[in-house]
Ligand binder design. Structure first.
Ligand SMILES: Nc1ncnc2c1ncn2[C@@H]1O[C@H](COP(=O)(O)OP(=O)(O)O)[C@@H](O)[C@H]1O
Ligand SMILES: O=P(O)(O)O[C@H]1O[C@H](CO)[C@@H](O[C@H]2O[C@H](CO)[C@@H](O)[C@H](O)[C@H]2O)[C@H](O)[C@H]1O
Length: 467
């Protein structure tokens, strides 16, 4: 039988050969429909405090026509039949002589123990042996770690470890933004408890970036999207929840503006042009992936021109960037906001750029449209398109009212004497329409790549927004 020492000797190249077969079946693997060339660009051994398995974090570049991504793949290494091998961790394959079993580290307590031992941050007393990997439609891999049993004192906090699957050089906003918000005292973000950075080679240079973050796990939290879909399916109004969500979003934007200040904005005329140009660019990008969008070219241009001519716009600030109901958790009768990573399909520099807070509002409004569409097909509560529209309209109006009232109550935008919401009804409606269109175009590409059966949801919205 091999020892952990032998297992650790398995070459990265042998593991990558196994990954070539394993990766294409995974939801988070971003290269779809083509075979990618895989190259190891980073490799770091971690020590399992119990010495039961070899633990390695591999960073692999996957390139294919139209795709070039850097992926994080933590693995554990054991000889076949080794004592303590976890039943729950997917076996990626067996390689080497003598043979070594390679597992997906995310489901393996050995990786989790090793990660917790080297992570930065305040830490948490969590139990790696009882960890469970969340399944579902996620771009990353999240693992829930229950609180470790305490002999005395207050009960420990359970954690959720988010392992970033696609890596980008630089600080990850999903680590830095919650840290800044929690330090500022904003109560509606799960507290970050630990984080880890790594490095890899990026075209002959050394790149570094965050690999994973451990946050406070909100036990009993309901996913906002599932909650909204269930209510829509029963025909129950989401308006009161939407209003409360609007209030929390307004406080999030106030906290972001105060905790992460940004330089003074360029003149409105430039900002209006760049919002309009972003819509044009988004359309060009989307139409290349979703040819059904081509007939909308003239209407998109018309909307871009009207946006470009706006003479009032709110000041840009740090925002969430990919806000939708799936990032909102309802726990203990309050909303919490998660996943500050920005749009997973966008480059990191674009995700942290100051932007219009209304972009987050537009993202949430799009989500109500999704919830009504999904709720309508899963339950009998929404009978037809008119009922779906009525459900969505009530949620939209409530969110906008809650948001606006709370922003007005909070006063001017920090650092300026501008009231962030006071741009007039017409201008606000025009900006929101442009931002909703922008998001729906993003969604069309996201759905075409990931969930073609749902492509009709953003396509219908695009048609509606442009007529
Ligand atoms: N702090 C938390 N407490 C409870 N559940 C959480 C927490 N953070 C995330 N989740 C749940 O974990 C899942 C994945 O989280 P998310 O950050 O949205 O990952 P991804 O970026 O991969 O979509 C979601 O279903 C979310 O509801
Ligand atoms: O949660 P992620 O950061 O991975 O975000 C991506 O996936 C989302 C889907 O899981 C996607 O959101 C779209 O679908 C939601 C319903 O599943 C809907 O509520 C959102 O409004 C819609 O945008 C998101 O766009 C994508 O970036």
């Amino acid at each position: 039988m091999t020892t952990v020492g032998d297992a650790q000797d398995l070459a990265d190249g042998e593991i990558v050969r196994l990954l070539a077969d394993w990766l294409p079946g995974l939801r988070w693997y971003p290269v779809k429909g083509v075979v990618a060339a895989l190259e190891v660009v980073g490799s770091r051994e971690l020590a399992d405090p119990r010495g039961e398995a070899g633990v390695r974090i591999l960073v692999v570049r996957a390139t294919a026509p139209g795709a070039d991504v850097v992926l994080q793949i933590p693995v554990t290494l054991r000889s076949p039949g080794a004592v303590g091998a976890p039943a729950g961790a997917a076996v990626i394959g067996v390689a080497g002589v003598p043979p070594v079993e390679v597992r997906d580290g995310c489901g393996d307590p050995a990786f989790l123990r090793a990660w917790l031992a080297v992570a930065d941050g305040p830490g948490a007393a969590v139990d790696a042996d009882r960890a469970r990997v969340l399944t579902g439609e996620q771009s990353n891999t999240s693992v829930v770690l229950p609180a470790a049993p305490q002999a005395d004192g207050p009960p420990a906090t359970p954690g959720i470890l988010k392992v970033f699957r696609t890596l980008s050089p630089g600080d990850n906003p999903d680590v830095d933004v919650p840290r800044a918000l929690a330090a500022y005292g904003w109560q509606h973000v799960p507290r970050p408890l630990g984080w880890l950075e790594g490095s890899w080679t990026d075209r002959d240079e050394t790149a570094r970036g965050h690999l994973a973050v451990l946050s406070q796990f909100l036990s009993g939290a309901e996913d906002g999207f599932e909650l909204a879909c269930a209510m829509a399916a029963r025909g129950e109004s989401f308006a009161e929840h939407a209003r409360e969500l609007g209030v929390v979003m307004a406080s999030m934007h106030a906290a972001l503006a105060a905790a992460l200040p940004v330089p003074p904005p360029p003149p409105t005329v430039h900002r209006a042009s760049s919002v309009a140009q972003a819509v044009r660019d988004r359309f060009r990008w989307a139409v290349a992936a979703v040819p059904e969008l081509a007939p909308f070219a003239a209407a998109v241009e018309d909307l871009a021109v009207r946006t470009q001519h706006l003479d009032r716009l709110p000041a840009p600030q740090r925002i969430h960037g990919d806000l939708h109901l799936g990032q909102a958790l309802y726990a203990h009768e309050a909303w919490f906001i998660t996943d500050f990573e920005g749009e997973p399909l966008a480059p990191v520099a674009a995700r942290t750029r100051p932007d219009l807070a209304l972009r987050d509002v537009a993202g949430m409004l799009r989500s109500f449209d999704y919830a009504a569409a999904v709720g309508a097909v899963t339950g009998g509560g929404i009978a037809d398109d008119a009922a779906a529209q009525e459900w969505t309209d009530a949620a939209r109006a409530a969110l906008l009212a809650g948001y606006r009232d709370a922003r007005l109550a909070a006063g001017p935008h920090p650092g300026t004497d501008e009231d962030p919401t006071d741009i007039g009804h017409e201008a606000r409606a025009q900006v929101l329409r442009a931002l909703e269109l922008d998001k729906a175009l993003y969604e069309a590409v996201y759905e075409a790549r990931n969930r073609p059966a749902w492509l009709s949801i953003p396509l219908r919205a695009i048609a509606r927004l442009l007529t």
